[in-house]
Design a protein around this ligand. Structure first.
Ligand SMILES: [Zn+2]
Length: 230
């Protein structure tokens, strides 16, 4: 009995003294908070989703054209003339794309040539230069767009009256449109679709509405359509 009392007294005495035997040293706490090497979980692996084939194709087309035009796709085209002077948004249903089938040209040259055919003037609404006759990629707005007049470019009534005629200077049977021309065309068509609600299905080449080679075999349709916003 005396032994038990002695042990109890000793225990109480140690507790009262705040004996360091029962407290974890700070350094030991720090060590304990870091899990042992073997218990560390590996970093979670992100699930990889393979892109669909069509998406890959579109990305490749965009990358190819982006490379060709040095990443300038998002710049608005340089426009010479008035785009919105009398805009009649409901009038325009189609966009018809042409080439000039000539190495050089500009609005004034086509205006003169078309007047010699006894037309009112240049038959297109827009002319996009290739650096020979006007600046490469410059969009010239003709009187037909400024005054919202029907065109004289398609040879088919519906597409002349309700179709916006865009002519790229160049002969795309033998050569290719310049990168700046394609950049300007994409910007212009995106603008026209935005402002006039023209669906992408109504954008076509001249040869799609009439028996002609215009706008030539070298117009890159796939890349062009892949870059439209709609
Ligand atoms: Zn044409």
């Amino acid at each position: 009995m005396r032994v038990i009392r002695l042990a109890l007294a000793c225990s109480l005495l140690l507790s009262a003294a705040g004996c360091s035997v029962w407290q974890k040293p700070v350094a030991e706490d720090v060590v304990l908070t870091a899990p042992p090497e073997a218990e560390r979980q590996p970093a979670p692996v992100r699930e990889r989703r393979e892109p669909q084939p069509l998406l890959l194709e579109v990305r490749a087309a965009v990358a190819a054209l982006s490379y060709n035009i040095r990443g300038g796709l998002l710049r608005p085209p340089r426009v010479e003339g008035r785009l919105e002077a009398r805009l009649q948004r409901g009038k325009w249903r189609h966009i018809v794309i042409h080439h000039s089938a000539s190495d050089a040209g500009n609005e004034a040259i086509f205006d003169k040539a078309h007047k010699e055919r006894r037309w009112r003037g240049v038959g297109y609404h827009f002319v996009i230069g290739n650096g020979h006759g006007s600046s490469d990629g410059l969009v010239e707005v003709t009187f037909r767009w400024e005054q919202q007049l029907s065109g004289a470019h398609a040879g088919v009534k519906e597409y002349n009256e309700r179709g916006v005629g865009i002519c790229l200077v160049g002969d795309f049977e033998r050569k290719h449109p310049t990168a700046k021309q394609m950049e300007a065309l994409v910007g212009l068509v995106n603008y026209l679709q935005d402002r006039c609600s023209i669906p992408t299905g109504n954008i076509m080449g001249h040869r799609h509405v009439k028996s002609t080679r215009c706008p030539g075999k070298n117009l890159p349709w796939y890349e062009f359509f892949s870059l439209l916003n709609h």
